[in-house]
Write a protein of this length. Structure first.
Length: 361
């Protein structure tokens, strides 16, 4: 009786283990292929998403040039240059104010004379544009963006570094991310008489990028050419170069190998201990545009002029290691019902085959 009972168990285990090992080999192979395919899809999606953001950043910045040229050749501006009087000045201020109201892209629209003095200034004022009174106009001769713009040949455009607005020598609160676009203004004899300056809402650019963020993409980072965060995963990482005690707060300092990989290529994708990085480069300067290193100090000059590919930002996404683990776990869990059904089938088949062998004996 004992031998009769042990015989089917022995063959049951033989059938069960044989089928199970075969099934596991096939299942692991298919699972590995699915994980590989999903990773390929994920990598392709990240590259596509980054390219979408790169195009938006380029298009948003370059569209400002037409506005700047329109204002710099405005007939009332040139009337004021040739014959400055309160009536013409008010007429120009009204025109600039209307333009500011209609565009909603600029925090300030200004005309500064050759001495760096603001002659016309419109503040956006939370969508209620106001003409700044004459007694509150400031001299900006010592700010890098005035000197760098006024030094340009007529018809060229200065694009400032992406930084924070400074008022009365201090970083303005609440923070106002800003990109300044300027171009020289000349009189009828070709002499430079000042500059038109647009303070473009940098927050608008970041907002547009956030709005375009696909559902499959959690977040992105925007970095300048030095590796400082203009938009980071943590607010405390952002705009470090504007503060003396945070100038070393860069991706290059925190993860040198990561920054080395990102900084030497225009675009790419790689894996690290942190996860999957995908990045692309934004070159905001079109033909005829120049920039400079700028300065985080209120009255410090730029160190050097930048042009073409020397002025850029990096858009970077990171799919963290933790998220990759969650994605892999989700795929495995989706397989569990099928694995369970096959496992029960193996038990049933092994039992039937072992009983059939016992019966034949």
């Amino acid at each position: 009786m004992k031998n009769g009972f042990s015989f089917p168990i022995k063959f049951f285990l033989l059938f069960f283990l044989s089928f199970l090992l075969l099934f596991l080999a096939v299942a692991v192979s298919f699972l590995f292929q699915e994980l590989k395919a999903e990773k390929i899809i994920l990598k392709a999606k990240e590259q596509q998403n980054i390219e979408i953001l790169r195009r938006i950043a380029n298009d948003d910045v370059k569209s400002v040039a037409s506005d700047l040229f329109f204002l710099s050749v405005h007939p009332v501006l040139h009337q004021m240059i040739e014959d400055d009087n309160p009536v013409v000045r008010q007429k120009l201020a009204d025109n600039f104010k209307m333009f500011c109201s209609n565009s909603t892209l600029y925090d300030q629209i200004r005309f500064l004379d050759e001495s760096g003095m603001e002659r016309i200034r419109i503040n956006f004022n939370q969508n209620q544009p106001v003409i700044v009174s004459e007694d509150k106009l400031q001299n900006k001769a010592k700010r890098y963006y005035f000197a760098d713009t006024f030094a340009l040949e007529p018809g060229r455009i200065f694009v400032s570094p992406f930084d924070l607005n400074i008022e009365q020598g201090q970083v303005e609160l609440p923070l106002k991310p800003m990109i300044r676009f300027g171009t020289p203004v000349v009189d009828l004899t070709g002499q430079k008489r000042g500059i038109v300056l647009l303070n473009y809402f940098g927050a608008k650019l970041i907002h547009n990028l956030n709005q375009a963020l696909p559902d499959s993409m959690d977040s992105f980072m925007l970095l300048n050419s030095e590796g400082h965060w203009l938009k980071g995963q943590n607010l405390e990482d952002e705009w470090g170069f504007m503060y003396e005690d945070r100038k070393d707060l860069t991706l290059a300092k925190r993860y040198p190998e990561i920054w080395k990989e990102i900084s030497v290529q225009d675009e790419g994708q790689f894996s690290s201990d942190q996860g999957l990085y995908t990045f692309a480069t934004v070159w905001p300067l079109a033909k005829g545009m120049l920039s400079s290193t700028g300065s985080g100090e209120a009255f410090q000059a730029s160190a050097s002029v930048l042009s073409g590919k020397n002025y850029y930002w990096k858009i970077v996404s990171l799919v963290t290691t933790e998220k990759l683990k969650i994605l892999r776990a989700a795929i495995f869990l989706s397989w569990l019902p099928y694995l369970g059904v096959v496992f029960l089938f193996i038990i049933f088949a092994s039992l039937i085959l072992s009983l059939a062998l016992e019966h034949r004996k």
